[in-house]
Design a protein. Structure first.
Length: 197
């Protein structure tokens, strides 16, 4: 038994003294964390604060709705413009806008705004586009609520009343799928981390 202990001690000491051990145990995890936080930083930095012009031919969007949406969320600014589409497409940059959205005349309030595009002179990140999309969806929800006669109080009641399910095992009521999922995620992360090292 003492020989096995000596062999383990010798192997451990020879491995620890190697530069590869130091690199793999200290620098790789730091590099891995740097990549994770670097990607998160670049993702947040890519979310630029956009100033977007909205040209509305449908008549559903007005300045009041735009101002309310801009007050709720200042990540992007939507401005309603009243010029021709050709003028807007050629001079939106000179007017101080990062891009523009054209809402066609044949839009029906009972349907969605699915075929819109945010036009810009550069490639915009998905984060920035999703912020503009979220704000337009918020305004469109307000338009639908007005058409249906739903006031703010009714809307808050509708949004608050959601169904939530909790899975229950009838054979073992103490079993919790949330804990099992968490253990699975942690185990998967540990396996990945150990393989990386």
């Amino acid at each position: 038994m003492q020989k096995i202990f000596l062999i383990i001690k010798r192997e451990y000491l020879t491995r620890v003294r190697k530069k590869t051990f130091i690199i793999s145990t200290i620098l790789f995890p730091l590099l891995y964390l740097g990549i994770i936080f670097g990607m998160a930083y670049l993702g947040e930095k890519g979310k630029a604060r956009l100033n977007v012009a909205v040209l509305d031919f449908s008549g559903y969007f007005d300045k009041g709705k735009m101002e309310r949406a801009n007050q709720k969320d200042s990540s992007t600014v939507l401005s309603l413009v009243n010029i021709s589409q050709d003028s807007l497409s050629s001079s939106f940059k000179n007017m101080g806008y990062d891009g523009y959205v054209v809402i066609p005349q044949q839009v029906n309030w009972q349907e969605g705004l699915s075929a819109l595009s945010l036009k810009a002179d550069r490639t915009l990140s998905m984060g920035s586009v999703s912020q503009v999309e979220g704000k337009l969806n918020s305004i469109w929800s307000e338009v639908k609520n007005e058409k249906l006669g739903i006031d703010d109080e009714t809307r808050s009641i509708l949004q608050a009343s959601r169904v939530s399910l909790r899975p229950t095992n009838i054979n073992d009521e103490t079993a919790d799928s949330g804990v099992a999922s968490t253990i699975g995620y942690v185990a998967g992360f540990l396996i990945y981390f150990i393989l990386l090292i």
